[in-house]
Ligand binder design. Sequence first.
Ligand code: FAD
Length: 312
Amino acid sequence: YAEAMYRSLLLAVSRGSAVRRAVTGLPVARRVVDRFVAGEHAEDALAVTRRLTSAGLAVTIDHLGEHAADAAAAARTAKAYLVLLDMLAPLGLGERAEASVKLSALGQTLGPDGEAVALGHARQICAAARAAGAAVTLDMEDHTTVDSTLRVLRRLRADFPETGVAIQSRLLRSEADCRDLAREGARVRLVKGAYAEPPSVAHQSRSAVDRAYVRCLRTLMEGNGYPMVATHDDRLIAVAAALAARAGRGRDGYELQMLYGVRPARQRVLAHAGHTVRVYLPYGADWYDYFARRLAERPANLAFFLRSLTSV
Ligand code: FAD
């Protein structure tokens, strides 16, 4: 439970506007953030994409930002994706590059029409992704957004069945969601979950989250869809490989995913061993919330950040 407390505390502190101002104002923060973020512009994301794909990795590119403040902000985010995908198309990377999208950045939480607004933007992004030979995966945000995100996913999949979604093993509902999505044949990115969630909806201990992850994995591997195993946890990666083999899936029947800047050497080793390894690659100016979650999920990341502050 110390783990859950650390996560909740850090996420709570980081949400304070004074802390946000202090951290984003630090010149040194930029260097530390660069470990986890490709840069501010689409060109930066494409340069890193070229580097990673020539090293045998696949990518899923995320334009940073969440909870659009208004309809104009949501439209700007959608536009940023369309520009990115237009620039990606000529690289001819096909399935080796895809896009990750947060529906809250597309307006999902903007009142009663928010979901429809986000769906409209997401449709355009899916169409642009398809034109680039790529797919879209919907990120999963906190538990209050899950029903809405799954509704949008199902609407999108009617026209773009290649669209995927992230499911968080931390949430109590996720085993049932995995069963439904596995039956429907969806691409599912299984993660532990990066948000602090209350006991009424989520497992609290690390071991309970891990055990739920294994149960979800088994369901996905035995189902009709395409499992995307997103974790840096070697034990769970080994379990995934064993469950895939038992379900008769070859190396092309599932993939591994990790975050940019987290265990980069391990990413290459797994790719050289013949796995499809996809790196989640964020870019954009709005890096603060993403960065705060990376600090919250791993005390070593916070230590790294603090060390860099004292070493200037
Ligand atoms: P952890 O429990 O954090 O770590 C498990 C073990 O992995 C550690 O004990 C250690 O052995 C090893 N490890 C971890 N980091 C390191 C390191 N830096 N160096 C060495 N060993 C390390 N969350 C969401 O809520 N929604 C999303 O849509 C979402 N998308 C994601 C997409 C991808 C591709 C990935 C990788 C994660 C995503 N996440 C998402 C975040 C996820 O929920 C977790 O918060 C995050 O991945 C950390 O959990 P973990 O599975 O890596 O395991």
